[in-house]
Design a protein around this ligand. Structure first.
Ligand code: ASP
Length: 341
């Protein structure tokens, strides 16, 4: 990729810094060339998300406003995995998760929230108007309504209704404790094995604005046909999203339980702090998941997407099929992430 730095250079620099006892210093310096503004998003649907965010970034707007605009845009579309049109849980209820984090480490999130169209906007209100980080379920909905959000109907989108009916025919109705994806059979499987399937997945995006400030946002209806009450990585700060304005930011998509187990995006950002490029940091985090349970990893997908303070980006996934979208002054395209298996 165009802005990727040379990995060996970074490791060499890192070792030199280590020997000087300076390894924990951020590698970015005021003198490094920076690719800004820039926004990166998970999946190919990230192209339209990036376009919405770019309207703000290209007008010298703040990255936190840009990522909220991007997430809001996808929540307005009919999409299997985001917003009220998304696939429901096992009980037929759509529950939404979202989070947002800005350049000062402020963050807000909602999880398991029903009947509110824009969870990302509620997450931002949690960030700005409460002393808390995460509101869940009825409490999140109550907070949303108190703040002027409208309670929408519970009706599933036509696509979600079809998918749910099919799932009920072929799937046993019982809670799964260990959620594993089997191609064509498991929750969200088509999204993870993108063999031409139109399905998309959790939307995570990270942006850097003209000032060089980083923010990120994630929005999702979570894993399709999950147990009612199940929350994945997406609204968990440090799992589905993490931003450190001195170092970089990362987001994730895929089986949330595996991302939570390794505090995935926090790990990716900390690896970038140690000198790894975004792509190598994502790869290391993927290796950690695979190493923990190689047999399980064969049947699941996780992808990480990251950007550092210079606007360099990279991604890595367990399986083939994870793609991401990039928009900057010099590019506007979809990239395929490298994969471990
Ligand atoms: N990460 C999301 C979750 O576990 C699922 C996804 O990316 O589709 O809820």
């Amino acid at each position: 990729m165009r802005f990727k730095t040379d990995y060996k250079m970074d490791r060499k620099q890192f070792l030199q810094l280590s020997s000087m006892g300076l390894a924990s210093l951020p590698l970015s310096s005021p003198f490094s060339a920076t690719n800004k503004p820039i926004v990166i998003s998970t999946w190919d649907s990230g192209m339209e998300v990036n376009a919405a965010a770019w309207k703000i970034l290209s007008n010298k707007g703040k990255s936190v406003d840009a990522v909220e605009a991007g997430a809001t845009h996808i929540e307005d579309t009919i999409n299997c995995c985001v917003g009220l049109g998304g696939y429901p849980d096992r009980d037929g209820t759509v529950t939404l998760d979202a989070c947002i984090m800005d350049e000062r480490g402020n963050c807000g999130a909602v999880a398991g929230m029903e009947q509110i169209k824009h969870p990302i906007a509620v997450a931002r209100k949690v960030m700005e108007k409460t002393p808390h980080v995460l509101l869940v379920g009825d409490g999140a909905q109550q907070f949303a309504i108190e703040n002027g959000f409208v309670k929408e109907s519970k009706t599933l989108s036509a696509e979600a209704q079809d998918a749910y009916q099919k799932w009920l025919e072929t799937s046993e109705y019982k809670p799964q404790i260990n959620i594993e994806l089997k191609q064509g059979n498991g929750p969200s499987a088509p999204s993870f094995f993108t063999d031409g399937s139109p399905n998309h997945d959790t939307m995570g995006l990270v942006a850097m604005d003209c000032n060089g400030d980083l923010s990120g946002a994630v929005t999702t209806s979570g894993m399709a046909f999950k147990m009612h009450g199940r929350v994945g990585d997406s609204p968990i700060i440090g799992a589905g999203l993490f931003v450190d304005n001195e170092v970089g930011a990362a987001t994730s998509s895929g089986v949330g339980e595996e991302v939570i187990r390794i505090c995935g995006t926090h790990l990716v950002v900390e690896l970038m702090r140690q000198g790894y490029t975004p792509e190598m940091a994502c790869k290391k985090a993927i290796e950690r998941i695979v190493h923990r349970d190689p047999a399980k990893a064969k049947n699941i997908q996780v992808g990480f997407l990251a950007m550092n303070k210079k606007g360099e980006y990279g991604a890595y996934a367990i399986q083939k099929g994870f793609v991401f979208s990039v928009k900057s002054n010099t590019e506007n395209q979809i990239h395929a992430a490298k994969h471990l298996i």
